[in-house]
Write a protein that binds this ligand. Structure first.
Ligand SMILES: [Mg+2]
Length: 353
């Protein structure tokens, strides 16, 4: 299950006047400032706007777009609702981000198409948002299926469909193929997933290493054995801010850190977690990056204690150069009320792409 343009859809839901308009969510919501697109509505995508694109580029492509800031707290809150709905349908759920999850529905009595419709209906009834569902024999194919008919899609892929549906896709559509591998594969004349599948195992392993070559050989045939990981506790919650202009003023860095910490603490309380460790990250103008961590005597979700720990970390970083980015992360998370928190899948900090 993958939510459709999640951040944008949440914003449009609470601002109905934006319905049908090109909407871009990213950074502070000011397209003249540094920052990237988190999510673009489908109307904005028609202008060529997409995730991870600088906001300034998005503004050039689509001057009529409505730009809004990222409101993680609200998206997390709705994500929790969605994960709860999914968890009630099948507790064999893998939470893979704020806007998507894998469900093992093989043991349910209903036929898969009925379960898929139930998921879509309950998510819509519970949140007012649409999602896309992909049904397949494994996670690799299910993810690709969920992408095929967005938005509000419902797509089945069986092993018998791999040749027709998957092989014509560009190599980048295969999970695990990043921009670097894409360039490498294209230079070797491999443009589609079918091109990969046409190569021998030996060739792929020789070119790309033993285990990655093996992975590509199998994945290009739709073979993927990775199980559903029912890990409900998030490992960490984090926020970071890239400054519009590199900052030399310690006060400004501290103010930003305090506000990020407030966001993280809010998110922790929202999802019912306490943390044991606080980590602060500073990236300087030359991309030199330092992190400092502080482990607390006991888990907490108290903002004062967390903020104090964050400032201690910051105090251990010498600010000799201008600062480009400040980030804070809490780790060692534990559900606050024991069983209740454990049952509640929590959104992690992954961006909704
Ligand atoms: Mg997604």
């Amino acid at each position: 299950m993958d939510m459709d343009a999640f951040f944008a859809s949440v914003e449009i839901l609470r601002r109905p006047e934006l319905k049908g308009k090109p909407v871009v969510i990213g950074g502070t919501g000011d397209p003249n400032r540094r920052g990237v697109v988190s999510t673009a509505s489908y109307e904005a995508r028609k202008f060529g706007v997409h995730s991870a694109m600088p906001l300034r580029t998005a503004l050039k492509l689509c001057p009529a777009c409505v730009f809004l800031p990222v409101d993680y707290n609200e998206y997390s809150r709705i994500s929790m609702k969605i994960k709860k709905i999914l968890f009630e349908i099948s507790p064999l759920m893998e939470d893979v981000g704020i806007d998507e999850a894998y469900l093992d529905i093989s043991a349910l009595p209903e036929p898969p198409e009925e379960t898929a419709r139930l998921i879509k209906e309950r998510v819509f009834r519970g949140t007012g948002l649409t999602c896309s569902v992909g049904i397949a024999p494994n996670k690799l194919l299910a993810k690709m299926a969920s992408d095929l008919q967005k938005p509000d899609g419902l797509t089945f892929i069986g092993f018998e469909d791999v040749e027709k549906l998957i092989w014509p896709m560009g190599v980048r559509k295969l999970h695990g193929v990043g921009p670097k591998t894409e360039i490498y594969l294209k230079e070797a004349g491999l443009n589609t997933i079918g091109d990969i599948a046409a190569k021998s195992l030996e060739w792929l392993q020789e070119q790309l290493g033993k285990s990655y070559g093996q992975y590509l050989f199998e994945a290009s045939r739709g073979i993927h054995e990775s199980p559903i990981i029912t890990e409900w506790n998030p490992k960490s919650i984090s926020r970071e801010e890239t400054f519009e202009l590199d900052v030399a003023d310690w006060q400004q860095v501290a103010r930003s850190l305090a506000s990020l910490m407030r966001d993280v603490a809010g998110s922790m309380r929202e999802s019912g977690y306490e943390a044991k460790t606080v980590t602060v990250k500073i990236r300087f103008e030359d991309f030199d990056t330092l992190t400092r961590a502080r482990t607390l005597p006991a888990e907490t979700d108290e903002l004062d204690i967390l903020r104090k720990a964050a400032f201690e970390c910051l105090g251990r970083i010498e600010l000799k150069k201008r600062v480009r980015l400040v980030g804070v992360r809490v780790m060692g998370l534990k559900p606050k009320n024991g069983a209740e928190g454990k049952q509640m899948p929590s959104p992690c900090s992954k961006d909704a792409r």
